[in-house]
Design a binder for this molecule. Structure first.
Ligand SMILES: Cc1cc2nc3c(=O)[nH]c(=O)nc-3n(C[C@H](O)[C@H](O)[C@H](O)COP(=O)(O)OP(=O)(O)OC[C@H]3O[C@@H](n4cnc5c(N)ncnc54)[C@H](O)[C@@H]3O)c2cc1C
Length: 383
């Protein structure tokens, strides 16, 4: 890993300050937020003030100019603390939405949105998935019809992370439906514009404190200057940003897995059965050894991918491998650790139960495991 010693110190300091913030501002309230199925909007502003949002936006855009590795570390720390709802909310905002604005936005779009996103004044969401289509993105039906000085957007989206809190939503819509994926465009839409309607905050199996919403667009007038980049290039932009999106999900998986292992180590060292601690049974020891090995291999691969991303060399298939491998690992570790907790593992007051439920969706969003396998196989076999 080519990280300078200065950078390693800075990274350590960032991790420490993030842990302090989590201990003070998140952990004491997290159970309540999970029950409420949303965390307070003000937390975004607090995270902004603490310098936890969009940390790799360059300094000339009022950002901190940190490498992506730092942004990944924030996600890892949130997941490690068992706050996966926040880890995904922040990742979508900082690592999935922000790069579209940064890499494709006009100077005006960047100047308007980036400082607000860094401070937490504006929360970001991305609306790709529709009730009728998810994996098959080219089949979306949301339309954006060009008029003299605006586009008229109509359609419905679902499963949108940060959908309730969002101030900015990147809407994926068809400006030329007859052209299939080549007719897809992206829009930076202010959620206060008339015609933008937030639907239900959906009731999920896990990640309860992360708001996930339906969105409806009814004759939503999007000014011409809300178009991101070129009309018809939206699908290409999505493909270009996908490696980073998948890599941040992989980093989340590594952080969450490390957290689960820590809690389990502590538990098996204390809990006794048959006059010994659980950790003295060979089965427990071997299982933990396997899980740790799997974690370290996955962590090394994620670190390699982070380096490749920095050099502009992370391809779609390699990022898909990272997402596939780490999220499958997270699921297996969650299951194995929960088993070591016995009946307590099934009780929601134990963080491992929540981590088990939270892990499940990691294999679905950002592209399912099956789609990851398709991408990897395509890179090996061609079409
Ligand atoms: C909690 C949560 C948060 C989310 N956040 C967002 C968000 O912020 N923005 C957003 O746009 N979307 C978001 N999503 C949507 C998510 O990305 C989609 O659910 C996902 O891409 C799968 O699409 P789908 O649900 O329509 O499933 P489908 O595409 O209908 O797939 C159903 C099943 O068929 C399989 N399948 C589909 N095609 C193939 C194929 N070619 N080969 C083999 N198997 C296949 C899939 O793997 C899956 O198992 C979120 C989802 C959840 C659950």
């Amino acid at each position: 890993m080519s990280v300078s010693s200065d950078q390693q110190i800075e990274l350590k300091l960032l991790r420490e300050s993030t842990r302090k913030f989590i201990n003070k501002e998140i952990t004491p309230y997290y159970n309540e937020w999970e029950k409420n199925q949303i965390f307070p909007r003000e937390l975004w502003n607090k995270m902004g003030q603490a310098g936890m949002l969009c940390v790799d936006v360059p300094c000339d855009q009022e950002g901190y100019g940190a490498p992506f590795r730092f942004s990944a570390a924030i996600t890892e720390e949130l997941a490690y603390a068992g706050a996966c709802s926040l880890a995904i909310a922040v990742s979508v905002h900082s690592d999935i939405v922000t790069p579209y604005v940064l890499n494709r936005g006009t100077t005006e779009q960047k100047n308007y949105w980036l400082p607000r996103m860094i401070s937490g004044e504006a929360v970001g969401a991305i609306a790709m998935t529709e009730p009728g289509t998810g994996s098959d993105l080219a089949s979306i039906t949301t339309s954006a019809i060009e008029h003299e000085d605006h586009y008229l957007i109509n359609g419905a989206k679902t499963f949108i992370t940060n959908g309730q809190h969002a101030d900015l939503t990147v809407i994926v819509a068809k400006t030329a439906p007859q052209l299939g994926s080549k007719g897809i465009s992206l829009f930076l839409v202010d959620t206060l514009w008339p015609g933008f309607n937030k639907g239900r905050n959906l009731d999920k199996l896990g990640l309860h404190a992360s708001d996930t919403s339906e969105l409806f667009f009814t004759d939503l007038k999007a000014p011409k200057d809300s178009l991101l980049g070129q009309a018809g290039s939206g699908f290409a932009y999505l493909m270009q940003e996908l490696p980073r999106e998948r890599l941040i999900i992989a980093a989340l998986a590594v952080g969450a897995t490390e957290g689960m292992l820590q809690w389990t180590l502590q538990y098996v060292s204390e809990r006794k059965a048959f006059k010994q601690t659980l950790g003295q049974f060979q089965n427990t020891r071997f299982k933990l050894a396997e899980l740790k090995t799997s974690l370290e291999i996955n962590r090394a691969f994620v670190n390699q991918c982070i380096e490749q991303l920095k050099e502009g060399e992370l391809d779609v298939a390699t990022a898909a491998m990272a997402k596939l491998s780490t999220t499958e690992m997270q699921g297996q570790v969650a299951d194995a650790c929960l088993q070591m907790f016995g009946g307590y593992g099934y009780m929601t007051e134990y963080p491992i139960a929540r981590a088990f439920a939270d892990a499940r969706v990691q294999r679905i969003y950002g592209g399912t495991s099956e789609i990851m396998k398709e991408i990897i196989a395509r890179s090996m076999l061609g079409k």
